[in-house]
Write a protein of this length. Structure first.
Length: 72
């Protein structure tokens, strides 16, 4: 089940809730019972060594256009 992060506008507390996706837009009170909360945009950080195996793409020339303009 996905976890969503919320912030309470009344007390400033930030908290998480595990909710089904179908309920992610439903009002979610904070742990202190305040109802004025907003769902925060969360980013996911993945740890590990992705892209280091034999199927990894070869490094490109870099820059905005592959290095042709010298913007490395």
């Amino acid at each position: 089940m996905p976890r969503y992060e919320y912030r309470c506008r009344t007390c400033g507390d930030t908290f998480e809730r595990a909710l089904p996706m179908s309920e992610s837009g439903s009002p979610t009170p904070c742990p202190q019972g305040h109802g004025d909360t907003v769902k925060l945009l969360s980013t996911v950080a993945l740890a590990g060594r992705a892209g280091t195996g034999p199927a990894a793409a070869p490094p490109s020339g870099g820059g905005c256009c592959g290095g042709a303009c010298g913007c490395r």
